[in-house]
Design a protein around this ligand. Structure first.
Ligand SMILES: [Fe+2]
Ligand SMILES: [Fe+2]
Length: 112
């Protein structure tokens, strides 16, 4: 389970971080809507509260690095940045791995 304090801290961190988003349509509002949508989708699949939280956090972080030029895949860059952020907020490694995989694969989803 991800502690609600961690989720609150991550939301606050992301709200600030997305203020610097290069792409104005990929700011906090977009990240929050994706997070809520991802959580809802996981809930509709009858997955656990833990998996709903993981989906929510992945949604928050999925575009945390989103340069306009896309010279580097923003999904890969966001996954790397997400790892730094989640490590800073002391999430469990198994949670960090799952969230970062979802962030990394969000452009070209893979089954597994
Ligand atoms: Fe996005
Ligand atoms: Fe994206």
């Amino acid at each position: 389970m991800i502690r609600s304090k961690n989720i609150d801290d991550l939301e606050n961190h992301c709200k600030e971080a997305y203020k610097d988003a290069e792409s104005i349509i990929h700011g906090w509002g977009h990240a929050y809507r994706v997070a809520e949508g991802a959580k809802w989708l996981v809930k509709m699949k009858n997955k656990s509260k833990e998996n709903q939280d993981l989906a929510y956090v992945a949604g928050l972080l999925h575009d945390i690095v989103r340069p306009i030029d896309e010279e580097r895949c923003h999904a890969e860059a966001s996954a790397e940045k997400a790892r730094d952020i989640l490590t800073y907020f002391n999430l469990q490694e198994n949670h960090i791995s799952k969230i970062c995989k979802a962030v990394k694969d969000h452009r070209y989803p893979k089954e597994d």
